[in-house]
Design a protein around this ligand. Sequence first.
Ligand code: ZN
Length: 620
Amino acid sequence: MSMRIPEEFLALLRQKIDIVDIVSEYVRLKRAGRSLVGLCPFHSERTPSFHVTPSKGFYHCFGCGAGGTAITFLMDVEQLSFLQAIERLAQKAGLPMPVIEDRPADDLYSQKRSQLLQITDLAAKFYNHILMNHDAGTQGLTYLLNRGLTKKTAAQFELGVSPGTGRTLTDFLRRRQFSVDLIEEAGLGFLTDRGELRDRFRGRVMFPISDIQGRTIGFGARALGAEEPKYLNTQETPLFKKGNVLYGYSRARQAIRQTGKVLLLEGYMDVIGLHQSGLLNAVATLGTALTPEQAGLLRRVAEEVILVYDGDSAGRQAAQKSIQVLRALQVPVKVAQMPQGVDPDEWVREQGAETFRANVLETAMGALQFELLMLTHKHPDHMSSGRIEYLREAMQIVANEDSSIEREATIEWLSRTYSISLSALREDLQAQLRAKEKRSQTDRSVKKWNTVSRAYTVERPSDNAKLPAKHEVAERQLLTYMLLDAAIAKQVESGLATEFSLPIHSALQAYLYTFYADHEAADPELFLSGVDDPEVLQFATKLLHHAPETEELGSESGAIRDYIQCVIAYGVEKELATVSMQLKLASERGDIAGMKAMEAELWRLQRELSAGVREVRARA
Ligand SMILES: [Zn+2]
C-alpha cells in the first residue's frame, strides 16, 4: 500500500466530503431506499445500475462492477492519480494539502499537463485583458456588443481578442519565462521558417474552451476581418481534444442536471447568448459533428437532448448525424428547429427566453418524427407516386427507434396519413426488426462503448451463470466481515492457516491482513483508498455494498466460526481427494509402505474434518 498522505488528513477529508456531491457532478442520481442510483459513467447502459450509498461512502455498479470511494471515483472519471484526486477533494473541502514527503512526480506527463494548464489560463487572461482594456480590443468588443452581448457576459465567459501584430502574446509569455517548446505545445505560438516565434491567433475574437471542471484547455477563435478560416480552434494538444469537449459544458452542467435537459447548439455565440438570457443548460460542439465522447458527456447528466439547429439543409444534416450518435447511446433526442437563417442567440435576444421556451423548445419534435420529415425532403412526391418508396424507407427509420410505443404510434400515423393498412406496416416493421436483431448480434461494438478508457475486466454478474460453491460463499462472507471488523479479521487470520480458494478472494485477504497489521480498527473507506489493484477494489466495494450495517455485526460470532469451518473443510476435502488418489495409485503399484502412509494421512484428515480443528502440521 502506497500511502503517503497522513491518515488524519484523509479522515478529516472524508468528514468534509459527501460522496453524493462528488458523484452528482457527473451522474444524475435518484434516491432509491438507502442508496441513490443513476446511469453508470463507466459503461453504456439504459437502466440505472450505478448505486451510491452515502452512509457507507462508496459507489458500486452492478452492470460493469466498477466501485470505490469518492477518491477512486474522481480517479476514474477524470483520469487522475491518487494524489491528484486527493488534491481535488481537498480543494473542494477547503482544506490545505499536507506537505508530502518524497512526493512522486505523478509522472512527467501530469507535470506537463499542469504547465500547459497554467500557460493556457494565462493566455485567456491576456486576451481578455486586451478585449476589456486595450485599443487593440476595440474592434472585437464592438463585434460582441453588436451581437447583443453585454460587457458583463464577455467578462463571465472570459472572452478575449488576439491582437493582429502576430507576436504580442508570445512576447508576453516569453517575458514570463515560458519556454518556446511549451508555447508551441500549448498551440499558442509557432516557429516560422526563419525560426521566429509567432502568435498562432491574430486579429480574432477568442473563446476560451474549458474542460469539465471549468479549466481553460484551448480556444475557439473567430476572424474579425476577412481572414480564412473564419473559425479556428486550438490544434490538438495533450489537454485539448476537440471531440472530447463541449463548449459551455462546465457552466451548463448544473442546470442540465436540474432540468434533465440539455440544449445542443452549433455555435459559441449561441451558447453565450442563451446563457445571457437565462437559458443556462446550453452547450455546443466545436464546429464539428457530435462525437460519441461528447454524447457520453451529455448522457451522464441529461435525460433528454434537445438539438437546436438551423433550419437550412446543412443544419438539418448535422441534426441527423447527431441523432444517430445519440441514438447509438440510447439518449432520448428531440429536435427544435430554428427558422432558416435565424441564429438561436439572435432569436432569444429579440423574442425573450420565455417565448423561445414556448415556441422553440416546447414544440421540439421527436427524433423519429424529425427523420420522417427529413425523408419527405428526399421524396417530394411522397404523397403521390413516390408513396411506396417513401414508406419503405420510412419503415427502416421506424425500426431504428428503441421505444415500441413510439414505433406503434408512428406506424398508426403513417397508416392514416398514407392510407395504407396498419397490418401491412406492422408486418414490414417486424421483418425490419428481425433483420436489425441479426445485425446487432454480429456487431456489439456500440454496446461495448465506454466513456472512460480504463477498462475493467471483472466478469459481469449476468455472465456468471453458475452458482458459487458453499466455501466460496463462506469466503465472501468472511471477507465482508473482515472489511468491517478488525476483531473478525484477526479471528480469521489465527483460525485459518491457508489462503482463500479463489484468486480474487486471496488477493483481498492479503490486502486485509496488511491493513490490519498497521491499523487497530476497521475503516472500510481508508482501506479502499489504499488498494491499488482495481480488480480487488471493485470486488471489495461489491462486498461492502451487500454488507450488513455495522451494528448488526455483534451477533454474528457463531456464524463467523461456521464460515471459517466451512473454508477449512473445503481445504481438507481437497486434500482428502488428493490423498485418496495417491492411495489408489500406491495400491496399483503394490507399494505397501506408500499405502500405509496414505491411509494414515487419510485417517488424520478425516479426524480433522470431524473434529473441526485444523492441526498445525510439521510437514506443511
Ligand atoms: Zn457500470
